[in-house]
Design a protein around this ligand. Structure first.
Ligand code: THU
Length: 137
């Protein structure tokens, strides 16, 4: 279980990643940072496209970054949405993809530009995940 200080550091990485967002259409920047089992950190931002359906969220971008470097298991995730005052959680599609590489107990923190933070877990964001065990076959 990552410490509060580790989650703060992860959130700071997510905030930095949000500055790389390519979001000319929504103007809504998102940054995500994932902590891998070995302590390494992988971040991602949202990358929009003029063909809107091709937009990729920050959370899935971060997963691709880690998996493309050989990581398969992440213990924590932080998400920063500096263009909203309040915290904004991951979309449904990202919750499904994250659950492929994170246990239900994995820590997730998200926050906007205000002081409020939501601290939750993968299992709370994707409850009754009956597909989870499939990954072990
Ligand atoms: N977005 C993310 O990057 N992550 C989420 O969980 C929610 C939405 C992006 C997609 C799009 O570029 C912008 O935020 C507005 O929806």
């Amino acid at each position: 279980m990552p410490s509060n200080e580790q989650m703060d550091a992860l959130f700071a990485e997510a905030r930095k990643a949000a500055d790389f967002a390519y979001a000319p259409y929504s103007k809504f920047r998102v940054g995500a940072a994932l902590l891998a089992e070995d302590g390494s950190v992988f971040s991602g931002c949202n990358v929009e496209n003029r063909s809107f359906g091709l937009t990729i969220c920050a959370e899935r971008n971060a997963i691709w970054q880690g998996v493309a470097r050989g990581k398969r298991f992440f213990t924590a995730l932080a998400i920063s949405t500096p263009d909203s005052d309040e915290p904004v959680g991951p979309c449904g599609a990202c919750r499904q993809v994250l659950s492929e590489f994170m246990d239900p107990s994995a820590a997730i923190r998200f926050g906007g530009s205000g002081a409020a933070r939501v601290d939750t877990t993968m299992g709370e964001l994707l409850p009754h995940d009956s597909l989870h065990e499939l990954a072990k076959f």
